[in-house]
Every structure is written in C-alpha cells, then in structure tokens.
Design a protein around this ligand. Structure first.
Ligand code: CP
Length: 306
C-alpha cells in the first residue's frame, strides 16, 4: 500500500516534529506499551512495509523496528547496502525514488547524515534516521518515554550528559528546547557537541562531570568510541579519563535521579560495571522502550503525520 503524497513527513532529527507532536508520540508510546503488555492485537499497519537500510551494526534499532512493524500488522525488510546496488554506486536519490515506489517507509542507519538528508529529499515516503554520526533521534524518544514512565514530565528537570559530545549528546541538545528541560554537558575539550547546533536553548557546558551532575534529575552517557571512531580508541580512552559515570558520581545528583545509557555499553570506560545494575539505572527499561517508541513513531508517520 504505497503512499501517494509527494510531501511525506520525515524524522531525521527531533525538530522534524513539532514539540507538540513529539509529546504526542511519547505519550502514545506508553499507551502502546500498555496495550502490548495486555496482549491486545493492534494491527493498523496491515499490508504496510518498512525498508530498513543498515550500513552500521545494530541490535536495538533493528529489532525494535522489525518487531514493531510485525506487531502493528506490517512487515519490515532488512537491507544490507552491500547486497543493494546502493553499495555498488547506484545513486542515493535513485534508490530513494525506487524504494518509495514499493514500500511505505524507509529507515536508514549510516554514519553520513547528509546522505540520509539527500535520501529523504528524493523519497516520497517517510524516511527515519535510525542513527547517523550527527543524530540519534529515535533513541531520544525512548529516553524521554522512560523518564516520563519513572518520574513524570521531563519539563523543568535537569539532565546531565557526561562523555562524548557525539550523536547522542547532539540529540539531547536538540531535545532540551523541545521538551523543556535544562541540559548540562560535561565533555573533554575537543569533544564538545556539534558547534553547528550550539548555543542552544536550555543548554550549558559544564566544567566537570561533577558540576554537570550536581542536583541533576537524570544522568546520561554514551560510549567514548562510537561507530566511525575505529582506530581512535586508545586516544579516546586517554581523553575521556575522569568522565566515567559511577555510583559515586551519581551521588552528586538529586536523590531519586535516574541513569540512562543507550547501549551497547563499554563497562570500565564510560560507565563502571556496577553502575549499569545500580538501582538508579533504568538502562534495560530504556532499551525495551525502543520497541514502543518506534511503534508510536511509525504509527504517527504512516497514519497521522500528514
Ligand atoms: N542504542 C542503539 O541504537 O542500539 P543499537 O546500536 O543496538 O541499535
């Protein structure tokens, strides 16, 4: 059931949806989670297909989109670029136009954010960023859903991001203004968030992890060497020395503060082994919520995002 509109809504970065739409998707994620847990069959995407192009590895993103489409009554196609003509030089724009003739939405994970933007510009169905080197907006939907699930509205709260100012940090920078929380970022010099999105509403750069975390309601980190940083691991371990999130660092946060990590985690680097299983960690629920937030996003883009 390919769509006929030539002006689809895409989700390449958080501001592709309005703040109101983002709040609706997050709220809907919780409803879909409840329905799924109650065993309700809800298949509004029967007959619909999502094409998923993964140029980089994935566990959570792949499984959540694939299982999510199945649960909504649709189908997901896993496409490895090396098996596509895309991997042999067929232009991105041509691939986008051809897939748009056959499927109802396309999800892409690749390092090159500009490639995804070019793909979306040529597509006539919704394109979803499943993570690029600049942004990981799908993860933010699950993170906000998880915070709301445990602590209620994130507006007015303080979030500390400790570690690499890479795609997760950039996405938190974007989220701060849209969801109305204060963001404190602690990164080593030379690893700050993308200068193209700073200064940003509600965002301040802290001098140290302890300063960022002081009184925070939520503490977040991500790996020091993301996909695309291969070969830099030793230099990065040295640069990020002192930026590990531990129970002791968390003690600077507000009582009742939560810890999140988008995973996969490198225990002993950005997070200590005990922190992931600390009672303040909600990383496993956060990972599970990828399923529900992906379903809410697919439902929004395919059924309501016009
Ligand atoms: N957090 C996240 O995107 O996980 P994957 O790389 O496993 O998809």
């Amino acid at each position: 059931m390919a769509q006929t509109s030539t002006t689809p809504r895409h989700f390449l970065t958080l501001p592709d949806l309005t703040a109101d739409e983002l709040h609706r998707v997050v709220a809907r994620s919780a409803v879909l989670k409840r329905m799924w847990r109650q065993g309700q069959v809800y298949e509004p995407l029967k007959g619909r297909t999502l094409a998923m192009i993964f140029e980089l590895s994935s566990t959570r993103t792949r499984v959540s989109f694939e299982a999510g489409m199945h649960q909504l009554g649709g189908h997901a196609l896993f496409l490895n670029p090396s098996d596509l003509h895309l991997g042999r030089g067929e232009p991105v724009e041509d691939t986008a136009r051809v897939l748009s003739e056959m499927v109802d939405a396309i999800m892409i994970r690749t390092f090159d954010h500009d490639m995804v933007a070019s793909f979306a510009a040529a597509a006539s169905v919704p394109v979803i960023n499943g993570m690029t080197g600049r942004f990981h907006p799908c993860q933010l939907l699950a993170d906000i859903q998880t915070f709301v699930e445990y602590r209620g509205d994130v507006a007015g709260k303080t979030v500390a991001f400790v570690g690499d100012g890479h795609n997760m940090c950039n996405s938190y920078v974007r989220a701060a203004g849209l969801f109305g929380f204060q963001l404190r970022v602690a990164t080593p010099r030379g690893h700050q968030p993308d200068q193209g999105i700073l200064p940003a509403a509600n965002v301040e750069l802290a001098d140290s992890p302890a300063q960022a975390v002081a009184g925070a309601d939520l503490v977040v980190t991500d790996v020091w060497s993301s996909m695309g940083h291969e070969g830099e691991e030793a230099d990065r371990r040295a640069a990020f020395n002192g930026y590990q999130v531990t129970p002791t660092l968390m003690d600077h946060a507000k009582p009742g503060a939560l810890f999140m990590h988008c995973l996969p985690a490198h225990r002993g680097e950005e997070v200590s082994a005990e922190m992931l299983d600390d009672p303040r960690s909600v990383a496993w629920v956060e990972a599970g919520n990828r399923l529900h937030s992906q379903k809410a996003l697919l439902e929004f883009l395919l059924l309501h995002g016009r």
